[in-house]
Structures are given as structure tokens and as C-alpha cells.
Design a protein around this ligand. Structure first.
Ligand SMILES: Nc1ncnc2c1ncn2[C@@H]1O[C@H](COP(=O)(O)OP(=O)(O)OP(=O)(O)O)[C@@H](O)[C@H]1O
Length: 576
């Protein structure tokens, strides 16, 4: 299974798998050869009592041991190259999937969780694969070659080694536990780790609301759950491990008497016993490696499985995009659109036509579906039913690039990157000149922000001592959108982050952004939308009214009621 995965994720480095196996095989041969010369050395010293003849044999032992170490190092070197490439490729694939992931994925997954799954599992896959290949090869071939050598020395030693090795493997298999239990164990470990991350991340909120003890209980539960499983696992290994140790040492005891009745010269017997005693260590090491091989194989498979599961989550509900790269006009039409994030529908049989170059305001109670509608225009989600047309073409006909280029969003929770203000704005149109960026900053009323910063537009966002208010951040985002010069502008709760001093500048910035565009805005401050071309009143995912401010205010409308509620809320705020 792992081999298949290696072929999928690091095909260009498969050569290193074979080099790794070959080198590890050679290392096993060299290691066993050193024992062969050790046995001959023992016979020279003990049986022949020939010290001069023993020296070259001792040299051979040393040479083979050094060669074994060097060749094993080469095996590890090759598999580490393979493992590094595997880790890099998995991360690259992760990034590719992330770039193409649907918005549903981002809705459900915090960036911290995604990063943790990717980082932890790619790192663990790396370390498992790097050691798995040489360890597996030596764990199999060193004992096999060793047993053959043992039969050559004395068939009874060969038999003893065969019994020890086979029974050792059997005990280890019992110790490893079943896959189900291991899955449970890994899941509990993941739960505890993510609980710890969540706890540390949210500690400031917990402190404010003084709920740290209660949340600690949740975290504490995941720790005890993991501890219980870890204990259960250790206990399940305990008896088999004790059996293994007792059995292995009992075989050693038997070996003490193996020369009994053989008729061999006692000095030959001593040589054979010393060979057995020394080589027994190699066998023990090989058995330990078998244990690690099992663990590495399980780890690598489980990690890749988790990464692939994340990839498939990223691919779920992915949008199908088309080939159309240009968008000539900017009229928008909803044709009987139905959509829900989950099973429950948020937008229901919604039909609407928006003309090019006009400004529209979406109003409605909280949760009525306003933000969802504008996200659907941007092509963030797959519709359950119906169509959205821009300039007469279905959204799915456009390339992702065409949609991104022609629709600019200014959301309430604007994100600026940890780059200079200049670079943040330039992202709106990467091929723009410095002059164009500065012009956009000027139109977005950012001159005053730049003047108060020592490094002006080159100030790094997030740097020490650089603090921008919500409204200032939003003006920089508007500069980015102005530079983008998109045909359709979407402003979602765009003025909510403004403080009173920023309000005036923001309105000017918006006015510059909205010139000659098709604009759809959601503003909770109903006072700021009286001048738009048309107001669209949304209720429970449906369009219930449409018209200008004066038209809608002229009769007993839902909009009139919303305006009254808004005025009342404002008055309440003043009185308070
Ligand atoms: N990512 C999401 N996953 C699941 N449900 C969502 C998601 N976003 C919004 N919803 C649900 O969809 C419904 C409409 O939400 P939406 O944000 O579109 O309303 P809204 O009119 O913009 O509200 P508000 O004025 O409070 O921002 C709500 O019931 C909301 O809980």
C-alpha cells in the first residue's frame, strides 16, 4: 500500500526506493559477513591458538563492520531523499487542493486545523518512510542470512535461531494489537492534540468570559481518554512482551547445553557458543526492527490516509468552471436559484434581474440570506438548482480567473496580508505600476493614513507599532478593489467596521470605487442606502419587495418597517 502511495506522490524519486533496498540488503550481507569472520577469528584464537593468523581475520571483521555502517548510511541517505521529496510533494498537492477548494471547505475548516493536519502528517510520513525501507530490508535479510550462516556453523544453532526468530515475530504480531484499536488510539491522540491547540488559541476569550475551568474540563476529558487508551494499549502488550522476553532468554539457556552430547571438542563448542551469543544480539535487534517496521508502516499509511481524506474534503462541492475568459458586460440574472449550505435551503426559488451600471442595496432581517446571495454571484458555491447569469452567460461558463478579475468583493472582515500596504493594494492587479497603485490609494482616501506612517505605503502590515483601525483597513481594501477595476462590485456590510472619524472618508472612497460599476451592497445602516438605484428586500431567502427608497416608503412596506426599526434603534442608542 505504501509502495503504491510512493508511486503516486513521489514517482520521480522511485529510483531511491530501489537504491535504498539494495544498499540495505548489502549492509545486511556485510553485517553477517563480519560475523562469519568473527567466528573464524574465534576458531583461530581458541581452537588453533594461532594469534598471528587471527590478526588478519580481526582486521576483516573491522573492515566489514565499517563497510556495513557506511553502506547502511547510504541506504538511509537515499530513503531520506525520497522521504523529503514525498513530504514536499504532499505539501505541494495540499496547496494545490487548497487553492481549488470550495468555499464550503473553508466554512467548515479552520486554517489552524488544516495546517496541523498537513504539517503533522507530512512530517510523520517523511520520518516513517525514511526509516521504513532500510529497516524492513535489514529486519528481513539480516536474520535470514544469519540463520543460513548459523546452519553453516552448526545445524543446531541454525535451528535455535529459526525458533527464536519465528516465535519472536509471532509475539510481536500479538503485541502490535489490531488495526481497529490502533485507529481508536490515533483518533484519541488527534482529539487531544487539537483540543490543546484550540485551548491555547482561545485562551484570551476564555479569560474574558472566565470559563477557563469549564473548557479545561473538555480538554481534560480528551487527555484522560487518550491516557486510558494508552494504558490499555500498554497493558495489552505487557503479557506478550513478558512472554517474548522469557521465551527468548529460555532459548538462550537451552543454547548453553547445545554442545552437550555433540561429541565436539570443548574448544570448538566454546567457539560455537560464543558465535551464538554474539549473533543473538543481531537477531534481537532485527526483531526490534520488525516492531518498528510495523509501527512505521501503520503510521505512514494512517498519515497518508488522513491527508487524502483532507484532499477529498477540499474537493467536495467544488465548482465546475468553464472556458470563457472575458466578461463584456455586467448585468446579473438569478433564474429560479435554490441553495443551502447544508440540507436546509437558505435561498429558495430566487429570480431577479440586475442591470449593468446600477447600484443595488440588499436589505432584510439578519439571516434572511443577503450575504449568501452576494457570495453566490461571486461563484463561491455550487447552486442546488437554477442558474446565475452574468452578461447572459451562466457562471459555470466563466473561468475562475474571469470571475475573480471581474467581481470585486469588499467584505466586513477584510484580510490584509503581512506585506507592505503597497503590495497589499497591488495584489488587486499585479501588473499595475506604482503610480496606478498610488492613485488607487488616493481615490480610496488613504493619503492621510500613509502620511501618519513613517514608511508610508511601504509600511509592513502587522509590524510592531503599526496599528490600523477597522475603517482604515477597509479603505486600503477599497484601494485594492479600485485598482482591480472590476465590472461588478460587492460590498458586504462594508461600513460596519467604520468608526465615526472614518465614516466620511469611507463614503468618499466607496463613491470612487462604485463609479460606472454594477454595485450590490449590503448595509445595515439603512440611512446610507437611500440614494441607490434600487433597493431589494430579502426575507427568508426570497425577494419580497423592490423599488427606490421613495417608492418603497410610499406605502406600508416591509422596507418601511425596517427603516422604522432602524430609526428606533438609532434613537435608543442616542438616549442611552
Ligand atoms: N457558511 C455557512 N454554513 C452554514 N450555514 C450558513 C453559512 N453562512 C450562513 N449560513 C446560514 O444561512 C442563513 C443566511 O445567512 P446570511 O449570512 O446569508 O444572512 P444575512 O441576511 O446576510 O445575515 P446578516 O445580516 O446577519 O449578515 C443563516 O441562517 C445562516 O445561519
Amino acid at each position: 500500500m505504501i509502495y503504491k502511495k510512493l508511486k503516486t506522490y513521489a514517482p520521480e524519486r522511485m529510483g531511491f526506493v530501489y537504491v535504498g533496498i539494495l544498499m540495505a540488503l548489502l549492509a545486511a550481507g556485510l553485517s553477517v559477513a563480519s560475523y562469519y569472520y568473527l567466528y573464524r577469528f574465534l576458531r583461530k584464537v581458541i581452537v588453533d591458538v594461532d594469534m598471528t593468523g587471527a590478526v588478519p581475520l580481526a582486521m576483516d571483521v573491522v573492515i566489514f563492520l565499517i563497510a556495513n555502517a557506511l553502506v547502511y548510511f547510504l541506504a538511509l541517505w537515499s530513503t531520506h531523499i525520497l522521504a523529503f521529496r514525498l513530504e514536499t510533494n504532499l505539501k505541494k498537492q495540499g496547496l494545490r487542493h487548497l487553492m481549488n477548494a470550495s468555499f464550503s471547505f473553508y466554512d467548515k475548516n479552520e486554517s489552524g486545523r488544516v495546517r496541523k493536519i498537513m504539517d503533522d502528517n507530512t512530517a510523520l510520513t517523511h520520518s516513517s518512510v525514511a526509516h521504513l525501507i532500510p529497516d524492513l530490508t535489514t529486519a528481513v535479510f539480516a536474520p535470514l542470512l544469519g540463520i543460513a550462516l548459523a546452519f553453516y556453523v552448526d545445524w543446531r544453532i541454525g535451528l535455535l535461531f529459526t525458533v527464536s526468530f519465528l516465535s519472536g515475530i509471532l509475539f510481536i504480531r500479538k503485541m502490535m494489537g489490531d488495526q481497529n484499536f490502533m485507529n481508536q488510539y490515533m483518533a484519541a491522540s488527534d482529539k487531544m492534540n487539537s483540543g490543546a491547540v484550540e485551548y491555547v488559541r482561545g485562551i484570551h476569550v476564555l479569560k474574558i468570559f472566565k470559563t477557563s475551568l469549564q473548557s479545561l474540563k473538555e480538554f481534560y476529558r480528551s487527555v484522560t481518554e487518550y491516557a486510558d487508551l494508552a494504558l490499555k494499549y500498554s497493558m495489552s502488550c505487557r503479557s506478550w512482551y513478558v512472554f517474548f522476553q522469557v521465551f527468548y532468554n529460555a532459548v538462550f539457556l537451552v543454547a548453553l547445553f547445545f554442545g552437550y552430547g555433540s561429541g565436539d571438542d570443548p574448544r570448538v563448542q566454546l567457539c560455537k557458543f560464543l558465535f551464538y551469543a554474539l549473533f543473538n544480539g543481531i537477531l534481537y535487534m532485527a526483531l526490534n526492527k520488525v516492531m518498528y517496521v510495523g509501527m512505521y508502516t501503520y503510521q505512514a499509511s494512517a498519515c497518508i490516509e488522513k491527508i487524502e481524506k483532507l484532499f477529498s474534503e477540499m474537493d467536495e462541492k467544488k465548482l465546475s468552471t468553464g472556458q470563457r475568459e472575458t466578461m463584456e458586460g455586467s448585468s446579473i440574472e438569478f433564474q429560479d436559484v435554490t441553495f443551502g449550505y447544508e440540507d436546509q435551503k437558505v435561498i429558495k426559488h430566487f429570480s431577479l434581474k440586475l442591470e449593468e451600471g446600477k447600484t443595488y442595496a440588499l436589505v432584510g432581517a439578519s439571516g434572511s440570506g443577503k450575504s449568501t446571495l452576494v457570495k453566490l454571484i461571486s461563484g463561491f458555491y455550487q447552486l442546488d438548482d437554477g442558474h446565475i447569469l452574468i452578461d447572459g452567460h451562466d457562471l459555470s461558463e466563466y473561468t475562475e480567473g474571469a470571475l475573480a478579475q471581474n467581481i470585486a468583493n469588499v467584505f466586513q472582515d477584510v484580510k490584509l496580508f503581512k506585506k507592505s500596504i503597497y503590495e497589499n493594494v497591488r495584489m488587486g492587479r499585479p501588473d499595475s505600476s506604482r503610480q496606478e497603485v498610488m492613485e488607487a490609494l488616493h481615490l480610496a482616501q488613504c493619503d492621510e493614513i500613509l502620511n501618519k506612517l513613517e514608511k508610508g505605503e511601504d509600511t509592513l502590515i502587522g509590524a510592531r507599532g503599526v496599528h490600523l483601525s477597522g475603517g482604515e483597513v477597509q479603505r486600503i481594501a477599497i484601494a485594492r478593489a479600485i485598482l482591480k477595476d472590476a465590472k461588478i462590485i460587492i460590498l458586504d456590510e462594508a461600513s460596519a467596521a467604520a468608526d465615526p472619524e472614518n465614516e466620511y472618508e469611507l463614503q468618499l472612497a466607496f463613491a470612487n470605487l462604485m463609479k460606472k460599476k454594477t454595485v450590490i451592497m449590503i448595509a445595515h445602516r439603512l440611512s446610507s442606502i437611500t440614494g441607490v438605484d434600487e433597493i431589494l428586500v430579502i426575507d427568508d431567502g426570497k425577494l419580497v419587495e423592490r423599488g427606490s427608497h421613495s417608492e418603497l416608503m410610499a406605502h406600508n412596506s416591509v422596507y418601511q418597517k425596517l427603516q422604522e426599526d432602524f430609526m428606533q434603534a438609532n434613537e435608543w442608542r442616542v438616549r442611552e
